[in-house]
Structure formats: structure tokens, C-alpha cells
Design a protein. Structure first.
Length: 167
């Protein structure tokens, strides 16, 4: 799990390890909410929602606008919302950033932050709202992770070709 880039599936496994005493509800409508949206992960006892934001959350204006509506509804219902973009990994820094802690024996990710895989959509492919979201994320994340992401973009072209690997 920890040598591969973060996916929605691996995020679910991380959450099971982070919150072993809680029921983690995946992809289900929040009951009695009058909301048809289905958060990726919900821990009702903690009023916590965790969303994995893949490529389409940065290159589709309609998806980004829908996310804004969802987050407003969820927030109004009293939920804390954590949105984790595909170019961020769950290492110790980001576990502390998103969740406020990480167990010492936790299998943290060793996959680098940024745009490492050839299948990763690059910021140049983001729509205007996606660029705005991306910039907002970069302004808030820890400096080391910011630097890793920027370095991944700097490393993209080596000897005139894309140097990323396929994962």
C-alpha cells in the first residue's frame, strides 16, 4: 500500500488504520440530509468526511463547482471535510496536516509528492477553476510538501523528454 501513489482505494485502507474503532462508510448518501451527494468516506461518529480528489477535480469546471456545493452542504450539516488531491501522498507530514496525528507504527507512504507518474494530469492541463484550486492547495500545505511538488514539476523534462515513470 505505501509504495504506490495514493488512490481512493488505498485512502480507504489508510483510514481503516487511522480510525480502527470507527465505522468508515464508503460512497453512501448521508441519511436524512436531503443531499444526493455521496462522500468518498464518512466517519459519522466524528462528523468527518474524507474525499479523494482525482484528476477530474482539477480539469472539469462542472466537477469543481459541484465540489463547492457539496462542501457547503456538508459543512452546513456540521461535517469536517478533508479533500486530498491526487498529487499529495500520506506521509507523516501530511497525516499530521490533515488528521492532526499519525501513529508511530503507521505505514506511511514512501511515494513522492507531486506529478511523478506518467498518468498524472499536469497543472498545464487544469481548467481555470482547477488552477485556482491547485494554487489554493499550494498556499496552505506544509513548505516541504510544496517544495516536493514544485521539484516534481522541475524534474519533468530531462534531456528533452518526459522523465516520469509509469505506475
Amino acid at each position: 500500500m505505501h509504495t504506490q501513489y495514493l488512490t481512493e482505494e488505498s485512502l480507504g485502507k489508510y483510514l481503516e488504520l487511522l480510525y480502527p474503532k470507527y465505522e468508515i462508510i464508503h460512497d453512501k448518501i448521508i441519511p436524512n440530509s436531503n443531499c444526493k451527494f455521496r462522500p468518498d468516506f464518512r466517519i459519522e461518529e466524528l462528523k468527518l468526511l474524507v474525499e479523494f480528489n482525482g484528476f477530474h477535480h482539477f480539469n472539469s469546471s462542472s466537477t469543481i463547482l459541484r465540489d463547492e456545493r457539496k462542501n457547503k452542504i456538508y459543512s452546513d450539516l456540521g461535517y469536517k471535510i478533508i479533500n486530498i488531491p491526487y498529487f499529495i501522498q500520506l506521509d507523516s507530514t501530511m497525516l499530521l496536516y490533515y488528521f492532526g496525528y499519525y501513529p508511530n507504527d503507521f505505514p506511511i507512504s514512501t511515494f513522492p509528492h507531486g506529478f511523478i507518474s506518467k498518468v498524472a494530469l499536469l497543472p498545464a492541463d487544469f481548467c481555470e477553476l482547477g488552477i485556482k484550486s491547485y494554487n489554493n492547495i499550494l498556499c496552505k500545505i506544509p513548505n516541504k510538501v510544496f517544495a516536493d511538488i514544485v521539484q516534481s514539476l522541475d524534474n519533468l523534462v530531462v534531456n528533452g523528454k518526459d522523465s516520469r515513470e509509469v505506475y
